[in-house]
Ligand binder design. Structure first.
Ligand code: NDP
Ligand code: OXD
Length: 309
C-alpha cells in the first residue's frame, strides 16, 4: 500500500526524505501518479483538483498539508466516508507564533509610521503605549490562535479571543458565538484573524465588523482571504477606521497585479506565508496518525466536514 503526496514541486524532495524517515515501509508516490489507483491508502495533499481523490478505492485517510482544509471541503466530489485530517504540527505552530508576534509588534510600535517618516527624513517620536494597555483580539482560539495568544500574554498584552464554543482560558478574555462578536470587536485595538474559512466565517470581516472596532484599529488577516470583504477593508483604510493592516491571505491568490493593496501605504502584505508546514515535524505527525489508524485507534485532528473545520 502507498501514500500519494501532492505538494509544491520545490518541496517534494524534503517531504519524500522526511516521510521515508518516519514511514520506512510506506511506498510514496508523488502527484501526478498514473499507476494502480488501488495501491493508494493515504493521501497527503494540498489543493488536489476537484474529484481527483475519488480515483482511489482503497483510500483510508486524506491528510491536509496545511492547517486549513477549505481546499478539500470545497470539493463537492471528495470521496465520501474517508476521514480528512488537518495539519497540526509543532513547526507550523511555531511559525505562526513568530508571524503574529512580528505583526502585532509592528502595529503596536508604529513601524509603518516610522518607515514613512524615514522615507521623508522626519525625526519625530510617537508616544509609546504599554503592552498592557494594548488590546489584542484573536478570532479563532484553536491550535494556532491559542498558541499566539499565550505568547502575547507573556509579553503583557491585554488579550481576548473569540471562538464558536465557550472557553475559559487563563489570561484571555473569552468571547464566543455571534452574540460575543461585537463586544469582542469593540474592545480590540489589534485584530488577528486566525479563523478557518467556512460558510459561517466567509466575509465575516466586513464594513459592520470594521466599524465595531475602535477607530484606527489594526487588522492582521492570516486565516483565509475569504474572511475579508476587500472593498470594505479598502474603504475602512481610506477613512482611517482601520489604521493599518498586515495581510497574508487574499480572496484571489496570487494577489492580482492591479490590486490596490500592493501599494497601499497603510498595508504590509506577504504571499500566504504566515506559517508553513515543516516536512520533518509534519511527517512525524502524519506517521503517528497512520500508526494510530492501523492500530484501530481514532485519528487525531480529523475534521468535521459538516462544520467545515
Ligand atoms: P483550529 O481548528 O484549531 O481552530 C479554529 C478556531 O476557529 C476554533 O477556536 C474555532 O472555535 C474557531 N471558529 C471556527 N468557526 C467559528 C465561527 N463560526 N465563529 C467563531 N469561531 C469559530 O484551526 P487552527 O488554529 O489550526 O488554524 C486556523 C486557520 O489558520 C486555518 O484554518 C487556516 O485557514 C489558517 N492558517 C493560515 C496559515 C497562513 O500561512 N496564512 C497557516 C496555517 C493556518 P471552537 O474552538 O469553538 O471550535
Ligand atoms: C494553511 C497552511 O492552512 O499553510 O494555510 O497551513
Amino acid at each position: 500500500m502507498a501514500l500519494l503526496l501532492k505538494v509544491d514541486i520545490d518541496r517534494g524532495d524534503a517531504w519524500q526524505k522526511a516521510l521515508r524517515a518516519c514511514l520506512p515501509d510506506m511506498t510514496i508516490h508523488e502527484w501526478p501518479y498514473d499507476g494502480d489507483p488501488a495501491e493508494i491508502e493515504f493521501a497527503l495533499v494540498w489543493a488536489p483538483p476537484r474529484g481527483a481523490l475519488r480515483r482511489y478505492p482503497n483510500l483510508r485517510a486524506i491528510f491536509s498539508i496545511g492547517a486549513g482544509i477549505d481546499h478539500l471541503a470545497s470539493d463537492p466530489e471528495l470521496p465520501e466516508g474517508v476521514p480528512v485530517v488537518r495539519m497540526v504540527e509543532p513547526g507550523l505552530t511555531a511559525g505562526m507564533i513568530e508571524y503574529v508576534l512580528l505583526a502585532v509588534l509592528t502595529h503596536h510600535r508604529f513601524m509603518l509610521d516610522y518607515a514613512a517618516q524615514q522615507r521623508a527624513r522626519i525625526w519625530r517620536e510617537i508616544s509609546q503605549i504599554a503592552a498592557s494597555q494594548r488590546r489584542v483580539g484573536i478570532m479563532g482560539l484553536g491550535v494556532l490562535g491559542s498558541a499566539a495568544a499565550d505568547t502575547l500574554i507573556r509579553l503583557d498584552f491585554d488579550v481576548a479571543g473569540w471562538s464558536r464554543s465557550p472557553k475559559e482560558r487563563t489570561g484571555i478574555t473569552c468571547f464566543h458565538g455571534r452574540d460575543g462578536l461585537f463586544p469582542f470587536l469593540a474592545r480590540t485595538d489589534i485584530l488577528v484573524c486566525l479563523l478557518p474559512l467556512t460558510p459561517e466565517t466567509d466575509g465575516i470581516l466586513d464594513a459592520r465588523a470594521f466599524s465595531a472596532l475602535p477607530s484606527g484599529a489594526a487588522l492582521i488577516s492570516i486565516g483565509r482571504g475569504g474572511h475579508v470583504v476587500e472593498e470594505d477593508l479598502l474603504a475602512a483604510l481610506e477613512s482611517g477606521q482601520i489604521g493599518s493592516a498586515t495581510l497574508d491571505v487574499f480572496r484571489q491568490e496570487p494577489l492580482p497585479e492591479d490590486s490596490p493593496f500592493w501599494t497601499h501605504p497603510r498595508v504590509i502584505l506577504t504571499p500566504h506565508v504566515a506559517s508553513m508546514t515543516i516536512p520533518d515535524s509534519a511527517a512525524a505527525a502524519v506517521a503517528a496518525n497512520i500508526r494510530r489508524l492501523r492500530a484501530g485507534q481514532p485519528l487525531e485532528n480529523a475534521v468535521d466536514l459538516q462544520r467545515g473545520y
